[in-house]
Design a protein around this ligand. Structure first.
Ligand code: HEC
Ligand code: HEC
Length: 261
């Protein structure tokens, strides 16, 4: 127990928290502030494409929060297995997600970084969800990393897709982006989420995610993500994009993503 506690506190001191990460990122773009700044930055007003910010993001975030063998070693096997069983109650036996009263997201194949980042965001209430707040607040950073590594390795079949007649329109949006009402252009979703929506580090995998879940996140983005005004996190990158999408575009892109293996 002592050993675990020591390893844990040493890790906490050494680890970079999302706020710390975000600060350096915001600093790199001094001059953009508030969501209007982001809009300019994203190019929805100025017409600048997203390729440059993405390249810089990769430099600034590169490697942050990656799971190392040393991190996972601080969690005992029985402890980890007990936690996994607990997560499976809601997220499904193979972490394929669950369609119940409200959709519970798929975790299978998700990037380890995004799982860890999300658990931290729930615990710190920068991402507000009462259920996941209670789940996440008791997890150590090492446990979060170990859970991320475990769920990343699962490869469950997608639960079932949205309306098939929307898939082609959704694919088009995902691969080429959209022209929002205010003018300009939002670059392709694939430029951040990967050509096959497989995800990359803090950019989540979207392939095979539940149709309803994607619709719910994109519709209610600003009510759930980035809720701590003083803590900038990567959710701010996604915010202007989610806000710019119309209901029809959201439905189409969700149908496409949920159909991917
Ligand atoms: C009581 C049910 C329940 C349990 C147990 C549970 N979750 Fe969740 N989880 C949810 C719900 C509901 C959401 C969706 C929250 C939202 O709408 O944003 C969620 C969302 C998540 C997300 C965000 C995924 C995404 O794509 O945005 C992660 C990561 C996650 N859970 C990990 C875990 C892990 C790891 C465990 C086990 C330690 C766990 N959950 C246990 C209900 C649960
Ligand atoms: C500039 C990079 C970028 C682009 C372009 C982008 N995203 Fe995202 N997206 C992100 C980041 C970063 C997150 C994670 C934010 C968080 O959880 O705080 C995210 C999260 C999401 C989520 C929530 C996933 C989950 O499991 O919780 C969905 C859905 C999503 N994006 C859909 C899209 C769609 C659809 C498009 C194209 C219209 C798109 N994204 C374009 C960076 C991007």
């Amino acid at each position: 127990m002592m050993k675990v506690a020591r390893a844990f506190s040493a890790h906490s001191r050494a680890s970079r928290n999302p706020a710390g990460k975000a600060k350096s990122w915001v600093g790199a773009f001094a001059g953009t502030s508030g969501s209007q700044g982001w809009l300019d930055f994203m190019g929805t007003r100025s017409g600048i494409q997203l390729a440059l910010p993405l390249a810089m993001l990769v430099i600034v975030f590169g490697g942050a929060g990656r799971t190392s063998a040393a991190e996972t070693a601080a969690v005992s096997k029985p402890e980890l297995e007990a936690k996994i069983k607990y997560c499976e109650i809601c997220h499904g036996h193979s972490a394929e997600g669950f369609e119940g009263y409200y959709p519970i997201p798929r975790l299978a194949g998700q990037t380890p970084d995004f799982i860890k980042y999300s658990l931290q965001a729930f615990a710190e209430r920068t991402r507000t969800n009462n259920i996941m707040f209670h789940v996440a607040r008791v997890l150590s950073p090492d446990m979060m990393a170990a859970l991320g590594a475990h769920f990343h390795d699962l490869n469950a079949k997608p639960l079932g897709a949205g309306p098939t007649d929307l898939v082609a329109a959704g694919k088009e949006i995902f691969e080429t982006g959209v022209e929002p009402r205010g003018g300009g252009r939002i670059k392709s979703c694939s430029s951040c989420h990967g050509d096959n929506a497989e995800g990359n580090q803090d950019f989540p995998r979207l392939a095979g995610q539940l149709d309803d879940y994607i619709v719910d996140k994109l519709t209610n983005w600003s009510k759930e993500f980035g809720q701590h005004p003083s803590k900038m996190d990567v959710s701010r990158i996604m915010q202007p994009i989610a806000e710019a999408l119309t209901e029809a575009q959201i439905k189409a892109v969700a149908a496409y993503l949920s159909s991917l293996q």
